[in-house]
Design a protein around this ligand. Structure first.
Ligand SMILES: *[C@@H]1O[C@H](CO)[C@@H](O)[C@H](O)[C@H]1NC(C)=O
Ligand SMILES: *[C@@H]1O[C@H](CO)[C@@H](O)[C@H](O)[C@H]1NC(C)=O
Ligand SMILES: *[C@@H]1O[C@H](CO)[C@@H](O)[C@H](O)[C@H]1NC(C)=O
Ligand SMILES: *[C@@H]1O[C@H](CO)[C@@H](O)[C@H](O)[C@H]1NC(C)=O
Ligand SMILES: *[C@@H]1O[C@H](CO)[C@@H](O)[C@H](O)[C@H]1NC(C)=O
Length: 245
């Protein structure tokens, strides 16, 4: 038979074990949420020469972006900035040979996601998100003339097939689905054609609430705490009854 003091110590040890397990689960989830990822602003896959863009390296304190053939971007060194969620750096006056794939080294040989951008010396770009869009989101494709922003007629193509023209230069996909993935380009009559860029469609986070919802660990934590409370309360009532009896 255990003495009451030993029993209390056992319960305390059990509580500490449960609490540390809970903290571990919460921390693991946070690491997943803050997984190293690369974003760009503006979020588009095509740029005219001499435009600027900002890279955001989420989950890492020094944004050191790598270009597929040029290696580490030197201007990232000069413009590095700490943000609330990571770090950022600016690429100014982009040039055609800076087109291509970008990523950053997330440590331990891991790479972040990569982002493809095309920089053109032509007169038309297609504004299309560089990052994957989620199923169900609305996406605006915009065909832009370098020198005028006046409304003109633009033609849009997906995988080389004409998909429609739009007098407002905007083509809106109201609710994106996996079948909207593909290579898009546009042209403005008498001006020119844009480069082609890929629209990537990711799975919606909302459709998997049990795995990816940020509230999930807090629900788990609450359930843990309630169970813990019930165990402690039952233990004390049980002990009192046992002592009385
Ligand atoms: C940044 O660039 C300077 C030279 O311009 C160099 O001395 C320094 O080592 C660089 N820092 C990093 C972190 O690359
Ligand atoms: C760094 O961030 C501050 C605040 O957001 C901003 O004002 C500044 O322009 C940024 N500097 C660079 C070099 O990105
Ligand atoms: C790469 O990332 C994975 C998952 O984020 C992690 O488990 C692994 O330890 C990392 N690899 C290295 C060598 O750090
Ligand atoms: C970037 O482009 C290359 C070559 O076109 C392709 O292999 C790669 O999958 C693309 N990456 C992304 C993230 O779209
Ligand atoms: C588009 O830009 C060109 C110059 O690049 C200009 O000559 C032309 O008028 C513009 N066209 C339209 C339809 O806005």
């Amino acid at each position: 038979m255990f003495s009451q003091q030993q029993d209390n110590m056992e319960v305390t040890a059990l509580c500490i074990k449960l609490l540390s397990l809970m903290m571990m689960l919460l921390c693991e989830h946070d690491q997943k949420v803050n997984a190293a990822s690369l974003h760009i602003d503006p979020n588009r896959a095509q740029f005219f020469e001499y435009e600027s863009l900002t890279f955001y390296c989420e989950g890492i304190s020094y944004c050191e972006v790598v270009h597929e053939s040029k290696g580490k971007i030197s201007s990232c060194n000069k413009t590095n900035n700490i943000t609330l969620t990571g770090s950022s750096c600016i690429l100014r006056n982009v040039y055609t040979d800076e087109s291509g794939e970008y990523w950053f080294d997330a440590g331990g040989g891991n790479k972040s996601n990569s982002v493809n951008i095309t920089i053109t010396d032509g007169s038309v770009i297609l504004e299309i998100p560089a990052l994957p869009v989620m199923v169900g989101e609305a996406v605006t494709l915009r065909c832009r003339n370098k020198t005028t922003s006046s409304e003109t007629l633009a033609e849009f193509y997906k995988d080389g097939v004409f998909i429609g023209n739009s007098a407002t230069v905007n083509s809106i996909i109201r609710s994106v689905s996996k079948s909207d993935e593909g290579l898009y380009k546009c042209s403005i009559s008498g001006v020119g054609e844009s480069a082609e860029s890929r629209l990537t469609v990711g799975e919606s986070h909302q459709s998997l609430p049990d795995i990816t919802s940020p509230s999930t660990p807090w629900i788990i934590a609450t359930v843990f705490l309630v169970i813990l409370l019930v165990v402690v309360v039952l233990y004390h009532f049980g002990k009192d009854d046992w002592n009385k009896g």
